[in-house]
Design a protein around this ligand. Structure first.
Ligand SMILES: [Fe+2]
Length: 134
């Protein structure tokens, strides 16, 4: 079994309410990874994937609300990146649901990068801004 994704200080954006959401997303990602590795049923994997996506959509709204409240100038680009991330994971979900294709180890690698890549770039920038103004 490949190691779990661990939320640690490297992934902290220094804003507790955002870190809290990210920890939850990392937790869901690990549940999905275990389900795939352990060969859980397609229905169960679909349910976990949907939960991860729904939680991510909710979390993105949360970040966008903070950007609006605190006048973050990078909001349009950041929101655009959120939209693209949701589209890419929905594409993966459609492939899984419509073509009866199991979620693969490659898909899990993709999702790990999908999750951490955004946190380590766009969210770090947002966190640095929010730390100054909150
Ligand atoms: Fe974000």
């Amino acid at each position: 079994m490949v190691k779990d994704l661990v939320w640690d200080r490297v992934l902290s954006v220094q804003v507790e309410e955002i870190d809290e959401d990210h920890r939850r997303l990392v937790g869901l990602f690990n549940i999905l990874k275990h389900a795939v590795e352990e060969g859980d049923t397609a229905d169960y994997i679909a349910a976990v994937l949907e939960e991860l996506i729904s939680c991510t959509v909710w979390h993105f709204r949360h970040e966008e609300r903070l950007m609006l409240k605190f006048g973050f100038q990078g909001l349009p680009e950041h929101r655009q990146e959120h939209q693209e991330l949701i589209e890419s994971v929905r594409t993966l979900q459609q492939k899984f649901l419509q073509h009866d294709k199991p979620v693969s180890g490659e898909d899990i690698d993709f999702l790990e990068h999908w999750l951490t890549g955004h946190i380590l770039t766009a969210d770090m920038e947002l966190g640095a801004y929010l730390c100054m103004v909150m």
